[in-house]
Structures are given as C-alpha cells and as structure tokens.
Design a binder for this molecule. Structure first.
Ligand code: NAD
Length: 507
C-alpha cells in the first residue's frame, strides 16, 4: 500500500501573559513560502489601494481611528495580556499614539507627499518645469519589537498605508496578538483585503519578509538591526532602523528638583522601563545630588508593582520578554558586585507565576558598569554624581547609542545650548519622551540607535519613491551644447561658465 505523506503541521508560538504565566494565544510560524504568498497577495491588492487617492485612503484611516477609540478596552486588554504592562501604559502610549497617528497621517499625507515645484538657478534649465513627486513604493515590510506591540509595530504601518502602499507586518513573536487584532479592525473599517497583512513568526520569518518587500521599516535591537541591514543589502532594499538607546538625563544644580525627581521616576519606570526612549541613566550636579537621590528613592519605593488589573491598580507591570529579566538582573548584580549601592529594589520576583523586576535605584555607579553603558530596558534608574555640566555632557556622549536625552535646568536657554551638544536624535529640556507625541517632529537615532527617522515629512517620504521630473515645452531644434562640438561654441560656453561661476572675491 502506498503511503501518503502528510504536509508538516505548521509550527505554533504560544503567547504568554508575562504577568501571570498564562498562555493567552497561539499563532503560526510562517515559512518563507507563506511569506511569499502574502507578498503576492499584497502586491496584487496595492494598485487599487493607491488608486483610491489620499482622500479615499484617509477615509479608511479615520474610520480605523474611531474603531480604536470605540474598542479601546478590548485593544488595551489584548495589549496588557501579551505584555503584562499596566492599563495606563497601554492607554497612554499605545491607544493614545495610534489614535493620534491615524488622524495625523490622514490629514498630513497629502501635503507631505504633494508634488514640489522646484526652481533652479542653472541657466541651462531655464524655462523648464521642474517637479519632485512621491510615488508609493509598493509593498512595505514592517518588523516590530515587543515593548510597544501597537505603537511601534502597527503604528509604523499607518504612514506606509497613507502613502498608498500595501504592508506586511512581522510582529514580535512575544506579542503578536495586538497586530492581529488590527487586521480585524482594518478589515471592519473597509481596508481592502491584502493591503495590511500580518506575518507571525520568529526571526526567520522576518528574514523571509526582507527578501520580498520594497522597503523595510525595522524597530528593535541594534544587534538585529544590523542583521536586517545585511539581509536587505542582498536585494538592495532600503531600510529604516529604529534601534536601542541608553538615554541620559542631565540634572543641573538649578533644576526644579521636585519636577526633575518626578520625571526621573516616571520616565525610567513607565512601561516597566521597557521604552526605547526611557531614562536609562542620570547625571546630577554635585550640589543637589543627595537631595535628588533621596527624592527619587522615596518616589520609587512608593511604586506599586504586580499583575495589572483595571485602571489605577498598579504603577509598574511585568517584564515582557523572558530574556530581559536576565539582562536586568545581570546589570544590577554586576553593578552591586563592582561597588554600586542598591537603594531600593534590586531583585527579580517570579513567585506568583509572573515575571517582575522590582523598581530599582542604583547609586555609586560609573561607566565601568554595564548598567551605565548598555541598554538595561527594565525598571532601574542608576544615578551618578558629576562635578558640573561639562562632565555630564562628556559622560552622556560616552555611548555607542544616541537615541534621546534630556536636560533639566531653570535656565531654558542654557539647557538648549547643552541639548545641542548632546549626540542624540532627540533632546528635551525640562521634559523627556514628550517629543515622541509631536508627530510633526522627526524622531530617529544617531550612532548605533538607528538610521532614518519616523514622524514628520521624512516619516512618510521614506515610504515613497522620489521621482524628479523635468518637462520642456518650448525649445529650439538644437541646443547650444549638442553635437557637433565646435571650437567657437565651446569657447563661448567656457566664457559663459567663467562669467557664471568664476567672478567675484573669494575671501
Ligand atoms: P529584537 O531586535 O530582538 O526583535 C525585533 C523584531 O525583529 C522581532 O519581530 C523579531 O522577531 C525580529 N527579528 C529577529 N531576528 C531577526 C532577523 N534576523 N531578521 C529580521 N527580523 C528579525 O528587538 P526586541 O527585543 O523585540 O525589542 C527591544 C529593542 O527594540 C530594544 O533594543 C529597544 O530599544 C528597541 N526599540 C527601539 C525603538 C525605537 O524607536 N528606536 C522603539 C521600540 C523598541
């Protein structure tokens, strides 16, 4: 009897609630062939989506904006279930971000991608019409991390869709459920089938996606970002990379101490410290160091941590990614062994089945310790005393990363001058993270923190091909520079060039 071979059952990923350990979902690991099939479907669906024009696409995006707000409890529950973050962290930085982004890109895409009329000073193109236009790329691949499954995964699909592309999103294997919920949402809001698709899976699925798309928008770690760029080089596919950070906070002696301490506490612990632009290290001028440390320690001690319930139940949630607990513990333990003092926290807590790390304040730290130089990405705040602003700037820039930073002082002018000396893509004075909410303001990392940016005009133009048009209406049969070359004409052109570019004083 002939044996019939069965196709292998698709491998599945179990999605776990990090705050409880319960399994909350199962998603398939897509193979390269399955990703290719999604890509074909996306490419087939894209032209009709593009043909809807900005207004037609904006209508769908605005409907989706309303959907997210109408269904916010359901979306928050999904996010909380797969990340273990608090209700507020999901509301403020995920629902709030995507809610705003739908409206922003629906409104601004037509202007950012409008034809631009260009004027040129070159006499050779006199009378010609010069235009820059932006055409959608076709199929965009978005690869996202686990810390913001809605904002940093689906959020980057919104401008790509507004520009007229089809999109395939590869969410983190740790948090794929929010992206799948948005597939349902977009369908309900009238997005044509195939225009937004989700490719669940591990890193290999991400690699397969890179091979298929016209552009890759990646958010994740610097190490993976390098692999993404390497893979994309094979097909010369453009990439935009939003990577890790080690954001410094500089507190000057004249800062509003209470505000700075509240901000240090909030922006280091918000989302469990699992924010690319969270405060990862603090430098405080000597005169106020002791007071600042005392205030921050008191505030951090007061934080409530645990499995998130409804609104207001806890301040700090779980550690979403299993390996992250080892990284956070490793940084704190190594610092302690090297002489650092833990003023509060300093331990992992997995006793109730969930994965937590206590909100932690570290002092007596320096740049020989990983907690001050490598991305910790957890609820820790190491605070270092500095002699003055000069030392703070030097230490802030002593990092391979350059994502964001903040400077705290009552002298806003001096604060801005210091901000301009910091090697980071975004620097706030007397604030942190808020720049991310101004979608008009570009956000992208320097150094090992990224390549390209999101938000602003560049945040949607990266999803388009730029085409330059030169249109000539009236012209002679033969231009002066055309064949045959003649000595007389060449002499004339040479003199003309001297006249144009060779006259005038230089120094
Ligand atoms: P990660 O690099 O481990 O994974 C990110 C995504 O890449 C996941 O979907 C993963 O499956 C996929 N992936 C893994 N290997 C791949 C490969 N070889 N090719 C293609 N895709 C691959 O990052 P993470 O741990 O999920 O996220 C945390 C990191 O993200 C932190 O470093 C954080 O700072 C960074 N982050 C940056 C920003 C930003 O805007 N700059 C925002 C959020 C998070």
């Amino acid at each position: 009897m002939a044996t019939v071979s069965q196709p292998p059952a698709t491998e599945q990923i179990s999605v776990e609630n990090p705050a409880t350990g319960a399994v909350v979902g199962q998603v398939p690991i897509l193979s390269a062939d399955e990703v290719r099939a999604l890509a074909e479907r996306g490419r087939a669906a894209q032209p009709a989506w593009e043909a809807l024009g900005f207004e037609g696409r904006a209508r769908v995006l605005r409907r989706a904006q309303k959907w997210v707000l109408d269904n916010q409890q359901r979306v928050i529950d999904t996010i909380v279930s797969e990340t273990g973050k608090t209700h507020e962290d999901a509301l403020l930085a995920e629902i709030g971000y995507v809610g705003s982004a739908f409206g922003f890109w629906a409104k601004n895409a037509p202007e950012y991608l409008a034809d631009e009329k260009i004027r040129s000073a070159n006499p050779f193109v006199l009378g010609r019409k010069l235009v820059v236009r932006y055409a959608p790329l076709g199929l965009v691949g978005v690869i996202g991390p686990w810390n913001y499954p809605l904002s940093n995964s689906f959020g980057d699909c919104i401008p790509a869709l507004a520009a007229g592309n089809a999109v395939i999103l590869k969410p983190s294997e740790v948090t794929p459920l929010s992206s799948l919920a948005m597939e349902e949402a977009m369908r309900e809001c009238g997005l044509p089938e195939g225009v937004y698709q989700v490719a669940t899976g591990l890193g290999e699925t991400g690699q397969a996606l890179i091979d298929e798309v016209d552009m890759v928008m990646f958010t994740g770690s610097t190490a993976t970002g390098k692999k993404v760029m390497e893979r994309a080089a094979r097909t010369l596919t453009p990439v935009s990379l939003e990577l890790g950070g080690k954001d410094p906070m500089i507190v000057l002696a004249d800062a509003d101490l209470e505000r700075a301490a509240n901000a240090a506490t909030y922006y280091s612990m918000q989302n469990g410290g699992q924010t690319c632009i969270s405060v990862e290290r603090v430098y405080v001028e000597a005169p106020i160091y002791d007071d600042f440390v005392a205030k921050v320690t008191e505030k951090v001690k007061a934080l409530r941590q645990g499995a998130p319930g409804g609104p207001g139940s806890v301040d700090v949630g779980a550690v979403t990614f299993p390996k992250q607990l080892d990284i956070v513990s490793g940084h704190v333990d190594a610092a302690r062994e090297a002489g650092a003092t833990v003023l509060t926290g300093g331990h992992a807590n997995t006793s109730a089945g969930g994965r937590f790390y206590e909100p932690t304040v570290l002092v007596d730290v320096d740049h020989s310790m990983a907690c001050m130089t490598e991305e910790t990405f957890g609820p820790t705040v190491p605070i270092m005393r500095v002699a003055d602003a000069e030392e703070a700037v030097k230490l802030a820039n002593d990092s391979p990363y350059g994502l964001a930073a903040s400077v705290w002082t009552k002298d806003a002018g001096r604060g801005e001058a210091i901000a301009r000396r910091i090697e980071a893509g975004a620097v706030c004075v007397n604030d942190a993270q808020l720049n991310y909410l101004a979608l008009e303001l570009p956000m992208g990392g320097w150094k090992s923190s990224g390549l390209g940016s999101r938000h602003g005009a560049g945040g949607i133009r990266k999803y388009a091909r730029q085409q330059s048009l030169l249109v000539t209406r009236l012209a002679p049969k033969r231009d002066l520079h055309m064949f045959p070359y003649k000595a007389g004409t060449t002499g004339l052109l040479g003199r003309a060039m001297k006249l144009l570019y060779g006259r005038g004083k230089r120094d």
